[in-house]
Design a protein around this ligand. Structure first.
Ligand code: NAI
Length: 331
C-alpha cells in the first residue's frame, strides 16, 4: 500500500491517493471530491475504497490494481471555475508523482469534464468526454448476465422469461436493466424513491416482494439486519455498491437460502468499460468483456457451494487467488 498525502500548492486543499495494490497492473480508481470533516476521514476513505477496487478488478479478471484518490473540499457549494481548476491541477501533480502506478477517473463529486481538465496536466486519466463514454449500459449488461448466472445456479436454466424481478432504483443502470429484462420476458416490480417514476410499486414493498430476483440498483447499505429477515426473494443481484450494511449479513443470507451475488463483481461492467481506454477503446470488446461476467459469477457461486462458504467469501477467494496472496485451491 502506498499512501500519498499532499496539500495542494495552488488550492490549499487536502489530497490523498491510496494505491492498495499494483500486483495485477496499474491501480485504477476514481477521484472523490467530498467535504470530509477531517483530513483523517479523507485518508481513511481513500484507503478503504482503494482496497475495494483491488478486489473488484481482480475478481472481474482485469489486469488492474486498486487505487482511489480523494480531495477534501470545504462544506457548502462545490468549487467551480478557477478554484476548481486549481484543485484539479494540484490533483494532477499528485497523480504524476506516482508516475503511472495510479490512474484516475470520475467518481462521486467529479465529472467527465473534470477528467478533461486533468488530462491537460497528466496522462494518467480515463473517462474523458469522447473516451469510453457512459458506463451505465455496460454496467446494466453485466448485471443482466449476472442475473442469468444466478438463475442457472438456482433453477438450472438462465432464462429470465417468466421469472419475476424487482428492480429498486430506476436511474441510469436500473432503468436500462428493467428495459432489457422486460424485453427478455421477465415480470417486473419497479420502485424508486422518486414517486414520479412510472409503474412505481413503492420501495418498501419492492424490497420485500416475493420474487425470484431482487435487483438493488440505488444506494449502498440497503440490505440491513432488519430487511434481511423480511426478504422474500430467492436471489439478490443488482448494481448498487456495498449492498450489505455489514459483511456478516452474507452469512445470514446464506442461512435464509437467499443467493446473493457479490455486488463488486456484478457491477464491474462500468470499470471493465473505462479500463479499455488503456488498451485502445473498443465498445464491442468492452461489451463482450462485460457479458463475460456471467461466467465469472457462475464460477463464484459454484465455488461457494462446493466449499460451503458464502458467495462473498468465494468472490474474495477468487480475487485473492488472482492476486497470488493465497495458495491455489481446487475449484
Ligand atoms: P443513478 O443516480 O442514475 O440512479 C439512482 C436511482 O436510485 C435514482 O433514480 C434515485 O432516485 C434512486 N434512489 C435513490 N435512493 C433510493 C432509495 N433509497 N430507494 C430506491 N431508489 C432510490 O445511479 P446509477 O448510475 O444508476 O447507479 C446505481 C447504483 O449502481 C449506485 O449504487 C452506483 O454506485 C452503482 N454503480 C453504478 C455504475 C454505473 O455504471 N453507473 C457502475 C457500478 C456501480
Amino acid at each position: 500500500m502506498t499512501l500519498l498525502e499532499r496539500i495542494g500548492r495552488r488550492s490549499g486543499v487536502d489530497i490523498a491517493i491510496a494505491v492498495d495494490s499494483t500486483a495485477l497492473g496499474p491501480a485504477l480508481g476514481g477521484c472523490r471530491m467530498w467535504p470530509y470533516p477531517t483530513r483523517e476521514d479523507a485518508v481513511a476513505d481513500a484507503v478503504r475504497l482503494s482496497g475495494a477496487m483491488t478486489l473488484k478488478a481482480a475478481a472481474a479478471g482485469l489486469r488492474l490494481g486498486g487505487g482511489k484518490a480523494v480531495i477534501r473540499v470545504s462544506p457548502g457549494p462545490r468549487p467551480a471555475g478557477p478554484e476548481r481548476e486549481k484543485i484539479l491541477r494540484d490533483l494532477a501533480d499528485a497523480v504524476n508523482e506516482l508516475d503511472g502506478r495510479y490512474i484516475t477517473a470520475e467518481d462521486v463529486g467529479t465529472t467527465s469534464a473534470d477528467m478533461e481538465v486533468l488530462a491537460r496536466s497528466t496522462r494518467w486519466v480515463v473517462g474523458r468526454p469522447g473516451g469510453s463514454g457512459d458506463p451505465a449500459p455496460f454496467t446494466a449488461a453485466g448485471v443482466g448476465v449476472s442475473i442469468r448466472a444466478c438463475l442457472r445456479h438456482l433453477y438450472g436454466s438462465p432464462d429470465v422469461a417468466g421469472r419475476s424481478v424487482a428492480v429498486v432504483g430506476l436511474g441510469a443502470v436500473g432503468s436500462r436493466l428493467a428495459r432489457e429484462l422486460s424485453a427478455a420476458g421477465a415480470e417486473l416490480v419497479l420502485a424508486d424513491v422518486d414517486p414520479s417514476r412510472p409503474g412505481n410499486a413503492g420501495v418498501h414493498e419492492a424490497l420485500r416482494a416475493a420474487v425470484d430476483v431482487l435487483a438493488p440498483c440505488a444506494m449502498g447499505g440497503v440490505i440491513d439486519t432488519r430487511l434481511v429477515d423480511e426478504l422474500r426473494c430467492r436471489i439478490i443481484c443488482g448494481a448498487a455498491n456495498n449492498q450489505l450494511a455489514d459483511d456478516g449479513l452474507a452469512e445470514r443470507l446464506a442461512e435464509r437460502r437467499i443467493l446473493w451475488a457479490p455486488d463488486f463483481i456484478v457491477n464491474a461492467g462500468g470499470l471493465i468499460n473505462v479500463a479499455m481506454e488503456l488498451d485502445g477503446y473498443d465498445a464491442e470488446l468492452a461489451m463482450a468483456r462485460a457479458l463475460d461476467l456471467e461466467r465469472v459469477v457462475g464460477r463464484v457461486l459454484r465455488h461457494a457451494e462446493g466449499a460451503r462458504i458464502t458467495p462473498l467469501a468465494a468472490a474474495r477467494w477468487l480475487a485473492e487467488r488472482r492476486l497470488g496472496s493465497v495458495a491455489p485451491v481446487a475449484a
